[in-house]
Design a protein around this ligand. Structure first.
Ligand code: GRF
Length: 187
């Protein structure tokens, strides 16, 4: 199978990045990770790019032309698909138009509920029965693009933010690869 050259954007821990790298090594998995973009030079997740010898680009978002530098690198590496995995920076309209329908994100709630930050805290405050994660296309509305796939679990009585995060992330490691397979099986 011809795998799609993919770039993963991260800002922190990078556990989804590592999971995607591992999955992408399967013969039948539709993507090959050719580039990692990170806006935080101290991000733990950069360790995985190094470990698996994947080229990475650390960007300084204080620079005015930082997105152009990303775009240049994406074109140079012939990237045709972008996964946002804990990337904590809003992408510009120009960037979104350039890669229209080619960017997906993973979010730690059952969208459209709980867009934005601090999802676990808000889920607990609202006394939700269920939570989970969502993989969706990225458009100019925060966490508002077309949903590709959601996975959920029931919240138990003694749950706290830490336990919710742990359960949600475990679910993300199944949901993100599954969503990518779905994207390319519909293509
Ligand atoms: C994930 O929980 C994802 O839902 C959110 O950011 C987190 C990134 O975690 N967008 P990691 O860096 O992949 O460990």
């Amino acid at each position: 199978m011809v795998k799609k050259n993919t770039c993963v954007f991260i800002s922190g821990k990078g556990s989804n990045l590592e999971n995607l790298i591992r999955r992408s090594r399967d013969y039948n998995f539709p993507i090959k990770i050719k580039l990692v973009v990170c806006n935080n030079k101290n991000a733990y997740g950069l360790k995985y790019a190094k470990k698996y010898s994947i080229p990475f680009l650390i960007i300084n978002t204080e620079k005015r032309n930082f997105e152009q530098l990303i775009i240049n690198s994406i074109f140079k590496n012939q990237i045709s698909f972008i996964c946002l995995a804990g990337y904590m920076k809003i992408l510009s309209k120009k960037f979104l138009i350039t890669f229209r329908k080619k960017i997906v994100n993973i979010h730690p709630s059952l969208l459209p509920k709980f867009k934005g930050l601090n999802t676990f805290k808000r889920v607990l405050e609202k006394k939700e029965k269920k939570t989970g994660c969502t993989v969706h296309y990225v458009n100019s509305k925060l966490d508002g693009g077309k949903i590709i796939l959601k996975k959920s679990f029931f919240i138990e009585n003694n749950e706290n933010e830490i336990s919710l995060k742990r359960k949600t992330q475990k679910m993300e490691y199944i949901a993100f690869p599954e969503a990518i397979i779905k994207v390319f099986s519909n293509a």
